[in-house]
Unconditional design. Structure first.
Length: 113
């Protein structure tokens, strides 16, 4: 099971490997660099393609330390219509939620503002 060891402004450590860019975690545990086609503060449906292919029951979204990143309404609707629960929180809280869930899960984490 994938564990987020720590998070601080600008970095996240997952399974003892540190990343200094926003990341996505697939249900399989694979970590991918997050590339937001609409920038780092707008989270759109296309960013979830790899996560959705693995059919998680939950997706946890870390919106940054000051919750500046926002999930587009259409993306929220589309994910929910697939029966997937969304947890949207500040990144520090989202990390705790991610680590506490023992279900099939994916994650997307914005590491700065």
């Amino acid at each position: 099971m994938t564990i987020i060891n720590s998070v601080k402004f600008g970095s996240i450590t997952i399974d003892n490997k540190t990343y200094s860019e926003d990341v996505k975690i697939l249900p399989s545990g694979k970590v991918l660099k997050r590339w937001g086609p609409k920038g780092s503060h707008t989270i759109c449906l296309e960013e979830f393609n790899e996560i959705l292919k693995e059919k998680p029951s939950v997706i946890i979204i870390g919106t940054g330390y000051h919750e500046i990143a926002k999930l587009e309404l259409e993306a929220k609707k589309q994910i929910k219509t697939k029966g997937i629960k969304l947890i949207i929180e500040s990144t520090p809280k989202a990390v705790i939620s991610f680590n506490n869930l023992n279900r099939s899960k994916g994650g997307l984490f914005h590491l700065t503002c």
